[in-house]
Design a protein around this ligand. Structure first.
Ligand SMILES: [Zn+2]
Length: 258
């Protein structure tokens, strides 16, 4: 090719290149792995928790850990260290109530945060906050109720605890000043609860991937019961990675909103 022809070709390539419209940046949701029910078990934590944390660390994916406060009363220094290690790794530890129980009042079953008095609920949340500071030196800033069951007394109790700024999966319309991270029932790890399902997840994800953030709930203690559950959970994480989402925590996400 002559020099002239080469120059002509070069100019043609540049002009063609310029006429191509810039690619629009495709929206990717942020994803919060809302993992529930950490407690002191089998001398440390349930093997399902260890397996999930090992997997997520290997995948360089961050998650969150819903801690049940009364486990601080049973746990030993190794358990406290396990929590501190996760906190160091960037996992957000959050307040998942104190007893995760269903209290009986006058022979009627309630939930820890539904149907119980303001004083009771305040005490439950506060005990977990206090023990987290005392035992592991962490100020919890997010709350999510056991069974995602709350009422007006929950909103009033949380209003007394300004350091808790985020409320995951609030399911009522009672007013609150907390930042709410909503539940989208169609997008979850488990269908039904405790059973990860990658196909249903993908269908829900396709429908809601234009959302700014997807908070997806799961229960690591239930995923080691059979290999199908485990494989579905890991497939969901691999799928989300292939989609190019950003995994985040409630704290980090809300910080980024401001
Ligand atoms: Zn729970």
């Amino acid at each position: 090719m002559t020099l002239r022809a080469s120059l002509f070709l070069l100019i043609a390539v540049i002009l063609l290149g310029c006429s191509t419209p810039p690619k629009s940046i495709e929206h990717k949701p942020q994803v919060i792995l809302k993992l529930d029910d950490l407690g002191y078990e089998e001398g440390l934590v349930h093997p399902g928790w260890q397996k999930v944390v090992d997997f997520l660390n290997e995948e360089k994916v961050i998650g969150t850990i819903g801690l049940i406060g009364d486990s601080f009363l049973e746990g030993d220094s190794a358990y406290f260290q396990w929590i501190k290690d996760r906190h160091e790794e960037g996992y957000e530890i959050w307040n998942h109530g104190f007893c995760h129980c269903k209290p009986m009042v006058d022979s009627v079953e309630h939930r820890e945060f539904r149907g119980m008095s303001f004083g009771y609920q305040l005490n439950q949340v506060q005990q977990t906050q206090q023990l987290a500071k005392e035992k592991v030196g962490i100020t919890l800033t997010s709350f999510g109720a056991p069974y995602n069951s709350t009422d007006s007394a929950t909103a009033a109790a949380l209003a007394q605890i300004p350091e808790l700024t985020i409320w995951m999966y609030k399911e009522t319309t009672f007013p609150t000043e907390k930042t709410i991270l909503p539940r989208i029932p169609e997008v979850n790890i488990e269908y039904p609860v405790h059973v990860p399902d990658v196909d249903q997840f993908k269908a829900g994800y396709a429908q809601f991937k234009s959302e700014p953030v997807l908070i997806i709930q799961g229960h690591p203690r239930s995923w080691t019961e059979d290999s199908i559950r485990w494989d579905n959970f890991t497939a969901i994480v691999h799928f989300l990675k292939s989609e190019g989402v950003t995994f985040t925590t409630p704290q980090a996400y809300v910080r980024g909103m401001k």
